[in-house]
Design a protein around this ligand. Structure first.
Ligand code: SDX
Length: 388
């Protein structure tokens, strides 16, 4: 038995294993050796997903084949479409939110996948591609059902001519998106794709570590990502900004925002979209998305620009008074809002992207596995007799 490492709560600072997929630290975010700003500037999400799943940048032929596979697998099985229609009243009632419905849809996909019980590298890669292809279709069909609209291209899962990011937007709205929306969505998917042993990825690895299957591990990861301390923060951050806007009115008066923030500080309220377990000097992804989202707002009008300016005032106060930086979820909330995406679909879109990282980690765990089983520090009652 090796020496036990003690840790702060939440395994802070503990190295829980090795990975060749991603490196996250104060100075950089690297996917398989490529720096995130380099990928955001020069790659597409399809290329990044291939890089994460296969380990190398695809050449033109490999990329064409990968893209064609994703397109060919976008449509959903009848059983999943039937479930999505059945989930309509659950969503309307509020007993289920889109993240819950996406989680169940993925679970049903597992029940229908011919490779479901096969954890081999080849089967895991096939399942990863099918999940990547189908998650946007679950999101898009779900949004049409919420809106009471006809499903968009249910037989094909969208428009084969559209990229992954463009088709996701098309499936949700029924409108083919503008180039700037497509580029911004594509970069957001690249930024969200992978982040080493974050809570949802680690959840997936723990499940895979028992030699359970990929769909089960992804289902668990979706449940973990939903939480507002993790992926759910992109929705919560936008709801927080809407609350501030309601409370202070349409003008961004710094005094009123400062008063709002101080009331939040007094009640020890966690301000969503801020802080990070690893990044203490800023999230390498946040500035990239903020810039793109703000550029869309500036092409739209003063109300949208005012939202970003409100966000910038909040960021400035958090930094000056708490030394806390925004994480990627803060600019994501504002960016998806000005793109007209319904707030409850923000974290499902995070899933559509992070599936690439999750599936890479699940396959890596299966390929070189040891059961993940830490020990606990007992703080309960001392030893005692049941019959005194
Ligand atoms: C993601 O891990 C990843 O890589 C995740 C992710 C990924 O790509 O997978 O990057 C995606 O999940 C980003 C994080 C999204 N979550 C949020 O925005 C929720 C709000 N953030 C906080 O809950 C918090 O910052 C965490 C959960 C993200 C990190 O928390 P830690 O490391 O456990 O730090 P902590 O909560 O112990 O905070 C340390 C101090 C505390 O003050 P004290 O109680 O010691 O006086 O900083 C304060 C906290 O109160 N603090 C905040 C704050 N974040 C930290 N105070 C107000 N608002 C915040 N957001």
């Amino acid at each position: 038995m090796s020496a036990t490492a003690t840790t702060g709560k939440g395994l802070e600072g503990i190295i829980a294993g090795d990975t060749s997929i991603c490196q996250v630290d104060q100075t950089s975010l690297i996917y398989r050796g490529y720096e995130i700003a380099d990928l955001a500037r020069h790659a597409t999400f399809e290329e990044v997903a291939y890089l994460l799943l296969v380990g190398e940048k695809p050449d033109a032929e490999q990329l064409r084949f990968f893209r064609d596979e994703l397109v060919a697998n976008r449509a959903l099985p009848r059983q999943v479409v039937e479930y999505l229609h059945a989930a309509g009243p659950m969503l309307a009632e509020g007993t289920a939110v889109p993240m819950d419905v996406l989680r169940t849809g993925v679970s049903i996909l597992g029940n229908l996948d011919k490779d479901s019980q096969d954890n081999s590298p080849e089967a895991n890669l096939r399942k990863a591609k099918r999940l990547l292809a189908k998650a946007p279709t679950i999101i898009g069909h779900m949004q049409c059902i919420i809106d009471g609209r006809e499903l968009v291209a249910p037989n094909t899962g969208g428009d084969a001519k559209l990229s992954h990011a463009a088709n996701l937007l098309y499936l949700m709205s029924g409108q083919r998106p503008s180039d700037d929306y497509v580029k911004t969505m594509d970069v957001s998917l690249i930024l969200y794709a992978e982040h080493d042993f974050n809570a949802s990825t680690f959840t997936g690895r723990v499940i895979a570590g028992t030699l359970s299957d990929m769909h089960g591990a992804v289902t668990g990861a979706i449940a973990a990502l939903k939480g507002p301390l993790h992926g759910g923060a992109n929705e919560a951050a936008m709801e927080m900004l809407k609350e501030i806007r309601t409370d202070i009115g349409p003008k961004n008066e710094v005094g009123a925002v400062t008063e709002w923030m101080h009331r939040a500080f007094e009640t020890k309220r966690k301000l969503m979209g801020f802080g990070h377990r690893v990044y203490k000097n800023g999230d390498h992804r946040a500035g990239i998305l903020h810039k793109m989202g703000r550029a869309i707002a500036e092409r739209q009008g003063s109300e949208q620009v005012a939202l970003f300016e409100l966000g910038e005032i909040v960021q400035r106060i958090m930094l000056e008074e708490k030394s806390i930086f925004p994480n990627v979820d803060f600019p994501c909330g504002m960016t998806y809002f000005v793109m007209g995406i319904p707030v409850p679909q923000y974290t499902p879109i995070f899933v559509a992207s992070r599936l690439s990282g999750w599936c890479a980690h699940i396959a890596e765990q299966h390929a070189n596995n040891r059961l993940i089983r830490p020990i606990a520090n007992y703080t309960g009652a001392p030893l005692r007799k049941w019959r005194s």
